[in-house]
Design a protein around this ligand. Structure first.
Ligand code: TIU
Length: 229
């Protein structure tokens, strides 16, 4: 028997089948969250993304406790950078004001920036995956481009996604929109995502649920924690 849970959400309550729902945590990596990481070098204000670590942790604990499938993604390139999108290379080389003192693959204080295997590329201590959880390494912003995520989700019978992580304006909503086009019923968790610009977060999330759910749903964390108990 399929157990459906329902949580208050925008634009209307989100119903999700517990056994067919995955939590997808986007890019909670040291390079995006800690000082001297890629995000800060890129010009990001870390205040809000760091504040998201605790709510993401609460969501992760609740989903684990409910027996839900958990996916973690990490943005980065292979050490030889053979999977580096050319537009990333072009953009960091040709940014007019050379705000990027260092770029992807350069050596930062936490290792080579956004390179797999480096300390800075990995997930923060508080949110480390446990055995049985799926880690998706992705070369771009969205988790569906050049990765196995679709096969991993389909092979587990997943139809619904709870989406959290950083940054809202970049990898979170890119992945959410990719998932929506592939037929997944998505719900972003408001307090468990944040970005480098407060205005961006609100706009990005408003766009997801505008007009009867243009792309899907947005729920608050506490009501979700309550229904997962
Ligand atoms: N640049 C920026 O805001 N974010 C990223 O490049 N990656 C993610 O959003 N994870």
């Amino acid at each position: 028997k399929m157990e459906f849970l329902t949580v208050d959400a925008k634009p209307y309550p989100y119903a999700f089948p517990l056994r067919k729902t995955a939590l997808v945590i986007i890019d909670m990596q040291r390079d995006f969250l800690l000082p001297d990481g890629f995000g800060e070098i890129e010009g990001g204000d870390l205040t809000d993304v760091q504040a998201a670590i605790e709510p993401v942790g609460k969501l992760l604990a609740a989903c684990r406790n409910a027996g839900m499938t958990v996916f973690h993604t990490r943005e980065g390139q292979r050490p030889d950078m053979s999977d580096m999108p050319s537009n990333k290379t072009v953009r960091q080389a040709e940014a007019p004001d050379t705000q990027y003192k260092l770029g992807i693959g350069d050596k930062g204080k936490m290792g080579r920036l956004l390179i797999r295997g480096e300390y800075g590329h990995d997930i923060v201590d508080e949110l480390q995956p446990v055995p049985g959880e799926v880690i998706i390494d992705k070369p771009g912003k969205g988790a569906f481009w050049d990765t196995q995520i679709m096969y991993r989700l389909k092979s587990r019978g997943i139809t619904h996604l709870l989406i959290a992580g950083v940054t809202t304006e970049c990898c979170v909503t890119t992945t959410y929109r990719e998932a929506n086009d592939r037929g997944f019923e998505c719900c972003a968790v408001f307090e468990a995502t944040d970005g480098y610009n407060p205005g961006f977060k609100i706009s990005a999330l408003d766009m997801l649920h505008w007009s009867q759910g243009l792309f899907g749903f947005v729920a608050n964390l506490q009501p979700l924690l309550d229904v997962l108990k």
